[in-house]
Ligand binder design. Structure first.
Ligand code: NAD
Ligand code: IPM
Ligand code: MN
Length: 355
């Protein structure tokens, strides 16, 4: 049988609740579609940090390198500063494995309730393509004259030609696969005078290679407004690391809940493992109650299977999610229901098994 090696990192908070449900559904898909998942479990988290002073062991990345994909829950917990926990686990994985595309679909699924009046599923169906290895998240800069009146801090945003071009190319290629063939660029070239005009320049250059793709661009501020007022304008939206981060929480919010939003941190060349995780974080406010929505994790699992070449299994999971919501199946509180995390996971696993 086909075999895929998966490194599993539940991480912190609700990651420990969503990942088992993600695995439950992946297991059902593997049985039905005849492949095997070879799981390696890693309990790396803020608890590991408390015990060892590290988020993952020194050879952590080498262990992950042996997998085909990484399935992650969420990272971050009160008590460990976020920049320590995230830069000790999530961000190094994205950067070392060159997962330079962060693909984040935003869809109003039939049966889900959007806070926007009168919007239908056909009107909210777009992707955010987020640059994932450089930009505003570069580790260049620092603190000078610490503790004195002259103290200052800098953080450089680094935009390389290779880094910008490759994520733009991915976004144009994705737009070509979509019926509307439309690509929107998130910019801020009126206020950020070096990196954003450069981004626009590279976008215009890349657009010449894709005459069939309809392009437009908006400054990030009004783009946020348009996400709320005109979500139907968008098909594929490409943005820098920070702009993509912001848009990919806003997009799912207009589509009903951050709890269903999946993400794929992709190394398109498949030289390194890619990582699949929900868009949301560890949700300390609801963790431990088993009421969180596992759909973002489960949908991320579907994106993982598609990346691994198991397209039929991926489609079956997505169809199970769509049917569950459309047919009034169990749903968690964020979607107006009162089901628990496990109820939703079990219902989806059964639906996938049944076909
Ligand atoms: P968050 O996404 O964890 O939570 C924001 C809000 O959304 C909370 O009210 C939470 O209850 C709700 N929510 C999130 N996921 C949900 C789900 N599946 N079902 C129902 N409700 C859900 O964001 P935050 O509070 O800003 O961050 C908490 C911690 O997670 C921080 O340490 C942060 O750095 C970290 N974080 C990690 C990731 C990641 O691992 N990729 C992403 C975002 C935040
Ligand atoms: C995300 C998260 C992370 C990010 C944080 C936790 C560092 O918000 O995956 O969207 O900003 O990339
Ligand atoms: Mn985010």
């Amino acid at each position: 049988a086909r075999r895929h090696r998966i490194a599993v990192i539940p991480g912190d908070g609700i990651g420990k609740e969503t990942v088992p449900e993600g695995l439950r559904v992946l297991d059902a898909a593997a049985r039905r579609f005849g492949f095997e998942l070879d799981l390696a479990h890693y309990d790396w988290s803020c608890e590991t940090y408390a015990q060892t002073g590290r988020m993952m062991p020194e050879d952590g990345l080498d262990r992950l390198r042996e997998s085909d994909s990484i399935f992650l829950g969420a990272v971050g917990w009160p008590g460990v500063p976020d920049h320590v926990s995230l830069w000790g686990l999530l961000i190094p994985i994205r950067r070392v494995f060159d997962q330079y595309v962060n693909l984040r679909p935003c869809r109003l699924l039939p049966g889900a309730r959007t806070p926007l009046a009168d919007r239908t599923p056909a009107e909210i169906d777009f992707y955010v393509v987020r640059e994932n290895t450089e930009g505003e998240y570069s580790s260049s800069g620092g603190r000078m004259f610490a503790g004195t009146e002259r103290e200052f801090v800098t953080q450089d945003a680094v935009f390389t030609r290779v880094g910008v071009d490759r994520v733009l190319k991915y976004a144009f290629d994705l737009a070509m696969t979509r019926p509307r063939k439309k690509l929107t660029s998130a910019t801020k070239s009126n206020g950020i005078t070096f990196t954003m005009p450069y981004w626009d320049e590279r976008f215009a250059e890349m657009a010449k290679r894709y005459p069939e793709v309809k392009t437009d661009q908006f400054h990030i501020d009004i783009l946020c407004a348009h996400f709320v007022q005109h979500p139907d304008w968008f098909d594929v939206v490409v943005g820098s690391n920070l702009f993509g981060d912001i848009l990919s929480d806003l997009g799912p919010a207009v589509a009903g809940s951050i709890g269903i939003a999946p993400s794929a941190n992709i190394n398109p060349e498949k030289k390194h493992p890619s990582m699949f995780e929900p868009v949301h974080g560890s949700a300390p406010d609801i963790a431990g109650k088993w009421i969180c929505n596992p759909i973002g994790q489960i949908w991320s699992g579907a994106m993982m299977l598609e990346h691994l070449g198991e397209k039929d299994a991926a489609d079956a999971i997505l169809k199970a999610i769509e049917d569950l919501l459309a047919e009034g199946g169990p749903r968690t509180r964020d979607m107006g229901g009162n089901a628990g995390t496990v109820d939703v996971g079990k219902a989806l696993a059964e639906a996938v098994a049944r076909g």
